[in-house]
Structure formats: structure tokens, C-alpha cells
Design a protein around this ligand. Structure first.
Ligand SMILES: *Cc1c(COP(=O)(O)O)cnc(C)c1O
Length: 433
């Protein structure tokens, strides 16, 4: 299947080109030309299928023309080596727990899938080593690094700002070794991003080594996120709760919710969506006014949603042909202050014992405010609360248990390459000088 650019000024790309390039040459986002509907028979039996079986059917609809069936199946099954259970929080409100992967956040699904698909293309083409550069302010680096860990033919360089990520986050990508190199930059996240961008534009460097990016706009990171919407539906159907499903997604760059909207276009019977924002509520304002007005992000305790100009808004517009009315008919919004987020974490914990993370708390709260009689709500619990240890412990006034997987990272030894924020130094390092 071919992919077009949301900016409409670039030639169509094959799947391989879209995955290797990430962004279209006109700086638009790649969109598949076709979103295939899955047959009724699939939805009739979905409650009896495993997560991996469901995901393979969804993956086949997007990638089946371009990747041999046995390869695609192996990629999907290997990606989903963990569960994504739907857990009841209170009557009619369920949590889709997306934190059971290696780095305890939903980005593991896209990160692991992209790594394996890129690895396949490299082997197929007999390409020389591909080098993935990724700048991170925390969570993306760990999901990408762990996703690519041990994948042959790929080396990952994670650039992060020295002293500006939490200890848990840092340990998740500095202790891995193998094909992962952590670069500790004496500067800010913006400096890291500038180093990566300069590297992509440097001709000499690009002659010397093949460089690619692994950010969230890549179709191989974005489309696999549709898998767990189908699986959530299957679990609700099994529980007899699938008649009027409302899905609420804590949103920042809008990749996650857009994958859910793709699912609905493939026939998944979801009644409607809610996009929950923190104070960075550009999408919420768009729904109210019809005007899309990006603005600089502000820092909140749900920091993975601190996005002032969500990239995937372009994909939402493309899905609904730019119609505000159609978008607003399918998605409602919500926006919460840090105070409200804290209140919800505390209230749910006190009332039910269920511990939300600050992102999931936005999702829960929007459902509790907007659910209509007869509807069943499911919110995406996008990360484990222990990833935001200090914030969450302060809110509930009690210690939070750190899962064994996170503790294992904490035991590892940090290995980094110290780097100045000057591009010349980074380039010399990559050239091996
Ligand atoms: C990345 C992230 C989000 C936001 O997801 P988008 O796809 O950018 O909307 C929400 N919660 C957590 C924990 C994240 O890491």
C-alpha cells in the first residue's frame, strides 16, 4: 500500500520509504491511501481471540501487502510479549492498562514494532548499518532504546539533557549496552534536538553513515497503536459491556487517539471518543471554536502531554476531510489543571484503591464527567504510576511500590558518552574522530 503526505506536495511513498524516512519531503505526515474495513466475522469472534491474534489481523490490513505473512506475524507476536488488560475501576469505568511492557508505557508497542519492521527492511535490502538518532526529554528515549535493543543492523544513539531527566527515566536507556549508546549532552532538550536535526542535514555525515529517526510521527510507530483498541473492545465484549463503548485517551501529540480513530474506520464498534488534555488544551479549544491555534507548551505534572502543536492533528484533519463538524461529532474534549489531576488521583485512590498516573487521571476524570447512562467508558492508562514516583507519592501521601521491571533498571550501571552541545563535537564523535 502507498502512503500520501498530509501536506499534499510530496510523491507517494512505499511502506519501506515511509518507515525509513519518517516524515514526507514536504514535511507532511504519511497517511495510508486506504483504511480497510475488517469483516463482520472478525468482530463476531473477537472476544475469543488472543491479543496477538487480534493484532495480527489489524496489522495485516495495513502491512499485509508489503510484508510476507510469516514475517509480519513474527513481528507482531514478538512485539506483543506482554498483556494489555482492561481492569474495572468502578461501575462502567474501566482502565486499559498499557504499562505492562518493558518500559512501562504505551510507547513500547510502537517502539518495539517499528524496531522489528525496520530491522526486516534492513535485512531484506542488505543495507549497511542504520543509525537511529533520537532526542528525548524522558519517555521516548527509553521506549525506542528498549524497542531496538539487540536488533541486528541498527545502532541507536539516545541524546538526552544532562541532569534534566528523572533517575528512573535515565536508567531505562543508559544501562542497556549492546547496540544502544546514551549520549549525555551538556545542555537542554532543545539542544539535543538541534544536534539530531543538524546531523540529518550534514552531507558529510550522511555520506559516512545511514541516519534515520524514530519519532512518533513514523507510521511504523503510530499504526500499531490501533492494536490495543481492538483488544480492549474484545475484553469488554467478553464481559458483556460492549454495546456503547466510549474510549477516552489522555492526549499530547495525538498519535495514540488517532490510531484509535483508525480502528473505528476499520469497523471497530466504538460509539465515540474523548480526548483528555492537561492545560495544553489546543485540541480542546479547537473543538470549541473551530480554530486551531498552536501555542508554546506549559509544564504540567502530566508532562508527556505537554505539547503545544500536536503533530498528529494533521492526520485527524485528513481522516475527516478537514471538517470540524465531523470531528466534533466523533470526539469531545476535556482539559484539566494540575490541581484537578491531583484531585482525581487522590479521589480514585481513596475510594477504590486504584492508583492512576497523572496522564490516566485526565482520562478517568473526563469519563466520570461525560459518560451518559447506558455507556461503558474505558480510558487508556498510558504509563505506570511509579514512573512519576515523587508526584504520585506526594498526592496520595504513601509510598508507591516500584515494579520489579523498573527496579531491575535501577540496579544497572549507567554508561554514557559525555557530549558538549556543539555540533562539531557530536559530528566528530559520529565520524569516529
Ligand atoms: C506520549 C504519552 C502520552 C501522549 O500520547 P500522544 O500519542 O502523544 O497523544 C500520554 N501519556 C503518556 C504516559 C505518554 O508517554
Amino acid at each position: 500500500m502507498n502512503y500520501y503526505s498530509t501536506n499534499g506536495r510530496a510523491a507517494d511513498a512505499s511502506l519501506e520509504e515511509a518507515v525509513v524516512k519518517g516524515l514526507a519531503s514536504d514535511k507532511g505526515l504519511f497517511m495510508p491511501h486506504e483504511i480497510k474495513r475488517l469483516p463482520d466475522s472478525f468482530f463476531d469472534e473477537i472476544q475469543d481471540l488472543s491479543f496477538q491474534e487480534i493484532a495480527y489481523r489489524v496489522a495485516d490490513a495495513f502491512f499485509g501487502e508489503d510484508v510476507p505473512a510469516d514475517t509480519l506475524k513474527a513481528i507482531v507476536y514478538d512485539t506483543l510479549s506482554f498483556d494489555a488488560p482492561v481492569v474495572k475501576v468502578q461501575d462502567n469505568i474501566y482502565s486499559l492498562e498499557l504499562f505492562h511492557g518493558p518500559t512501562l508505557a504505551f510507547k513500547d508497542v510502537g517502539g518495539r514494532f517499528m524496531a522489528r519492521l525496520l530491522g526486516y527492511f534492513i535485512r531484506k535490502e542488505g543495507k549497511r548499518q542504520v543509525n537511529v538518532l533520537v532526542a528525548t526529554s524522558g519517555d521516548t528515549g527509553s521506549a525506542v532504546a528498549n524497542g531496538f535493543l539487540g536488533v541486528e543492523g541498527i545502532h541507536v544513539y539516545v541524546l538526552y539533557p544532562k541532569g534534566k531527566v528523572s533517575e528512573i527515566q535515565e536508567k531505562q536507556f543508559t544501562t542497556l549496552g549492546q547496540n544502544i549508546t546514551a549520549i549525555e549532552v551538556d545542555g537542554t532538550f532543545d539542544d539535543c534536538q538541534a544536534l539530531v536535526k543538524n546531523a540529518f542535514m550534514d552531507e558529510e555525515l550522511n555520506r559516512h553513515m545511514q541516519l534515520t529517526s524514530a519519532n512518533s510521527i513514523n507510521v511504523a510507530r503510530f499504526l500499531p497503536q490501533a492494536f490495543y483498541y481492538f483488544y480492549a473492545y474484545a475484553q469488554l465484549k467478553k464481559a458483556g459491556k460492549a454495546d456503547q463503548v466510549v474510549v477516552c485517551v489522555p492526549s499530547g501529540n495525538f498519535g495514540n487517539i488517532t490510531a484509535g480513530l483508525f480502528g473505528k474506520h476499520m469497523g471497530l464498534p466504538i460509539k465515540r471518543f474523548i480526548a483528555a488534555n492537561n492545560r495544553n488544551d489546543i485540541f480542546y479549544q479547537y473543538l470549541q471554536t473551530g480554530q486551531y491555534c498552536p501555542r508554546p507548551s506549559v509544564a504540567t505534572i502530566a508532562n508527556a502531554m505537554d505539547v503545544g502543536d500536536p503533530s498528529n492533528f494533521a492526520r485527524v484533519l485528513a481522516l475527516y476531510e478537514g471538517s470540524h463538524a465531523r470531528i466534533a461529532a466523533e470526539i469531545s474534549g476535556a482539559t484539566y489543571t494540575d490541581e484537578q489531576i491531583r484531585e482525581s488521583v487522590k479521589q480514585v485512590y481513596d475510594a477504590t484503591g486504584y492508583l492512576l498516573d497523572p496522564h490516566g487521571a485526565c482520562g478517568y476524570r473526563a469519563l466520570s464527567e461525560q459518560l451518559q447512562p447506558g455507556e461503558t467508558g474505558v480510558f487508556l492508562e498510558t504509563a505506570h504510576p511509579a514512573k512519576f514516583l515523587q508526584t504520585v507519592e506526594e498526592i496520595i501521601g504513601a509510598p508507591v511500590e516500584i515494579p520489579a521491571k523498573l527496579q531491575a533498571f535501577l540496579k544497572g550501571t549507567k554508561q554514557t558518552v559525555a557530549m558538549s552541545k556543539e555540533f562539531a563535537a557530536f559530528k566528530a564523535y559520529l565520524l569516529g574522530e
